[in-house]
Design a protein around this ligand. Structure first.
Ligand SMILES: Cc1cc2nc3c(=O)[nH]c(=O)nc-3n(C[C@H](O)[C@H](O)[C@H](O)COP(=O)(O)O)c2cc1C
Length: 330
């Protein structure tokens, strides 16, 4: 049985990648994940704001910030709240590389072009095998148009991809008007792969004290459906790799993501819930599923459920939408 897969030009022993999360903060946890079968690990993100703030502090501008920046800056975590300073982040790449044999993917998180993208080069120098660039952004300013947002994102991607030799994956939101066009534009900007999709952390608020309550809920398997839809749409068009993140909780979920066209599936919530060793259970369950369905390699069934044979995926999606609505009777 061949579990091996290619991702971002790296040869991985299987499709299970540990997604960006606190797991990479501990070399011990990372080793447990590797021993349980993880094929690669994505580190938690180093943030644009964190790098900018540190650079500003170094140049002593933090003491006299502009009014608008001062208020915005107060929303962000203080230096101490970040788990890793930029320097410690680079050291953690080295620690992980010294202890692991699986690829280590460092994560840079930001969406506007700027000096912070220099960290891509530093990640490479510290030994990272690849970079995951997370473009997480919620655009709230009505004066900013979608085109401008995407132009900034693409410039950021170009700045990163042209500064390093290691491959760069880009983790995107599902909420672009035309995600397929954007995914191809990312490839043209040098991305070796696209990670679908960011989960947007949705704060609740209390009706008692009218306070916003930021919350981090682990994912549910139902969240995979949005990823499956877009993997199956993107897969026939992409030259590079696709990775699924969000809602992979079982071997069946992983098989579905691969059938839809994913080269790797990223796991976070399921491992936080069941512990690092759960990867070995997922691997043996995937093996069982492949045996039952007479697949001898992962490559054999990747993309079998993508929309490559569908002449008009837009019409197909719209037809399904109408059929589902019409099927309800009261
Ligand atoms: C505690 C925690 C920390 C995370 N930190 C990061 C991060 O630093 N960068 C990032 O891109 N994603 C981060 N994520 C998102 C995950 O990488 C992943 O995309 C998301 O949890 C969906 O996958 P899942 O359904 O397997 O949990 C984090 C998720 C959790 C639960």
């Amino acid at each position: 049985m061949k579990f091996a897969t290619h991702y971002l030009g790296l040869k991985l022993r299987n499709p299970f990648v540990v997604g960006a999360s606190p797991f990479s903060d501990s070399v011990h946890a990372a080793c447990q994940l590797q021993d349980a079968g993880a094929a690669a690990i994505v580190m938690r993100s180093l943030f644009e704001e964190q790098i900018d703030a540190e650079q500003r502090a170094l140049t002593h501008h933090l003491e006299t910030p502009a009014e608008s920046f001062s208020e915005a800056a107060s929303f962000f975590p203080s230096f101490e709240e970040y788990q890793l300073t930029p320097d410690l982040y680079l050291k953690q790449i080295e620690h992980l590389k010294n202890s692991l044999t699986i690829p280590v993917i460092a994560s840079l998180n930001g969406c506007r072009p700027g000096g912070w993208t220099d960290y891509a080069r530093k990640f490479e120098a510290a030994g990272a095998d690849a970079i995951e660039l997370n473009l997480y952004q919620l655009v709230t300013d009505p004066a900013i148009a979608a085109d401008d947002v995407e132009a900034d994102m693409l410039e950021t991607v170009r700045a990163v991809t042209t500064s390093v030799k290691i491959p760069v994956a880009v983790k995107i939101s599902a909420f672009h008007t035309a995600p397929a066009h954007f995914a191809l534009a990312l490839e043209h900007a040098g991305a070796a792969g696209v990670v679908v999709f960011n989960r947007f952390y949705q704060p609740d608020f209390s009706v008692e004290d009218l306070e916003v309550k930021p919350q981090l809920k682990l994912s549910e398997p139902g969240e995979l459906l949005l990823r499956l839809r877009w993997l199956s749409i993107l897969s026939p068009h992409m030259r590079g790799s696709l990775s699924a993140t969000g809602g992979v909780h079982s071997a069946e979920d992983a098989a579905k993501a691969i059938l839809a066209g994913a080269h790797t599936v990223q796991l976070v919530s399921v491992l936080l819930k069941h512990g690092p060793r759960y990867i070995s259970t997922l691997l043996s369950n995937l093996q069982h599923w492949m045996t039952e369905h007479e697949y001898s390699s992962v490559d054999e069934f990747r993309g079998a459920m993508n929309l490559s044979r569908c002449p008009d995926p837009s019409a197909f999606e719209r037809a399904n939408y109408q059929r589902i609505l019409q099927s309800w009777r009261v």
